[in-house]
Design a protein around this ligand. Structure first.
Ligand code: PMT
Length: 409
């Protein structure tokens, strides 16, 4: 048997193979990011392209990314006369992204007039389709019918997104978010779904405590850490509630976001989700204090308004400590933002706040607030894990790995 004819099981270990089909669409360049996203999850990727797709992005790009031959024409694999069959057999799933209206129509009718559609017809493993096209083509009754037909045959769809389209129109038709497409494909493959059926609560971002209608007390949290954890938990199959202070970040795919401003709002919103969650991660930088009597008009400097030079503060509720004190079976993960004695302070917080783990970070230097990377220690009752400097997205998975272990204990 030719090496390209190995079945999915024979490709080694438990590594799954995804055949990514790329069709002729302006969004074809995004397929490269999709390939990288799947590879990051440990998936072996092979690519098949239509000839029209090659007008938008070259096979060399995918050959370099996958280190595998890239198939375009039915007869361009000299060592394998029935290439469409071997490609279909190798695949644990086929993902067509972007998928044009034309290819959708062919798939719905069973037309097989090039390598991609012939392979799709020979496929026995699951198929995922992420369509991309003009809004009117997307909404056309023929396209909707074709999608319906494929849906009833068990094809998984990642619906197109709303927005500005390359043709100048606005509406539904943009290729869905790359993360969403990768997440759906991994879900279909059953990869990394160790939080499936679990509820995860995450707090993120700063809180904002009003002094008067124009001034407030807050901090430098960007929300990146909490959002990365929420996105990772959703990718791993969890139902995620993200209680977020004000940030400039987009809601992660598949996450239920509850926007709040103050510590008191954050506690109220988190309380509900905490009752039903399995894991709660408190990454928010909550203001410890708030003005006792926020003014309802702008305070002026000078003698008339001494209130501005002396603001009376009261303590905010501690969201983590309040909820953890009432925990039943939840795994509770807190954070500690420290400028000195990082591990000692984190250990004290672990005990004082009834957490199962504290993610400690040193915010006295260049890392912590607003950065893409961080350096953390995972502080548990019996051990401290020193995590090297990594992207916050990578730290998110490491924190969740540990939370999953605590869940299973
Ligand atoms: O959002 P980024 O820009 O990515 O920045 C990330 C971060 C620095 C904010 C994050 O890594 C972090 O350290 N978050 C916790 C910040 C913090 O408030 O730390 P703390 O040591 O003051 O609080 C300890 C724990 O108690 C935290 O889990 C905090 O969410 C929680 N807390 C604190 C006070 C309060 N009133 N309610 C709380 O729930």
């Amino acid at each position: 048997m030719d090496s390209t004819q190995a079945t999915a099981q024979e490709t080694g270990c438990n590594r799954k193979t995804v055949l990514v089909g790329v069709t002729g669409c302006i969004a074809a360049y995004k397929s490269a990011e999709i390939v990288r996203g799947l590879q990051k999850a440990g998936v072996r990727v092979k690519v098949v392209m239509t000839e029209h797709a090659c007008e938008f992005v070259g096979p060399t790009t995918f050959r370099a990314l996958t280190r595998e031959p890239v198939a375009v024409k039915l007869f361009d694999e000299p060592g394998d006369p029935i290439h469409h069959i071997s490609l279909a057999q190798e695949a644990d799933a086929m993902l067509i992204a972007p998928c044009t209206a034309n290819v959708l129509a062919k798939l719905a009718c069973g037309i097989a007039d090039d390598l991609l559609t012939t392979t799709a017809l020979a496929l026995t493993s699951p198929m995922i389709i992420a369509p991309a096209m003009n809004v009117h083509m997307y909404e056309n009754a023929a396209t909707r019918k074709n999608m319906g037909v494929l849906h009833t045959r068990g094809v998984h769809f990642v619906e197109a997104a709303d927005g500005y389209l390359a043709c100048g129109d606005t509406g539904k038709g943009r290729l869905a978010d790359v993360d969403a497409i990768v997440a759906e494909t991994l879900k279909v493959l059953g990869i990394g779904c160790d939080l499936a059926g679990r509820h995860v609560l995450v707090t993120a971002g700063p809180t904002v405590e009003a002094i008067d209608p124009v001034r407030y007390i807050s901090n430098h949290s960007s929300g990146k850490t909490g959002y990365a954890i929420a996105a990772a938990a959703a990718r791993r199959g969890a139902e995620v509630t993200l209680v977020s202070g004000p940030t400039a970040l987009e809601a992660p795919f598949g996450v239920h976001v509850v926007d709040v401003r103050t510590a008191c709002d954050m506690l109220a919103a988190a309380e509900e989700a905490f009752k039903i969650c399995d894991v709660a991660v408190f990454a928010a930088a909550v203001s410890d204090m708030r003005p006792k009597n926020p003014a309802d008009r702008k305070l002026k400097k000078g003698e008339a308004d001494e209130a501005l030079s002396s603001i009376e503060l009261v303590e905010n509720p501690d969201v983590l400590a309040t909820l953890a004190a009432a925990k039943t079976s939840q795994v509770v993960v807190g954070f500690a933002a420290e400028t000195n004695d990082v591990l000692e302070n984190a250990q004290a917080k672990l005990a004082r706040k009834h957490a199962d783990m504290i993610v400690a970070n040193d915010v006295s230097g260049e890392l912590g607030f607003g950065t893409e990377e961080n350096k953390v220690w995972l502080v548990g009752a019996d051990e401290v894990e020193d995590v090297p400097r990594l992207a916050k997205t990578e730290i998110a998975d490491i924190v969740l790995d540990r939370a999953v272990r605590l869940l299973e204990d």
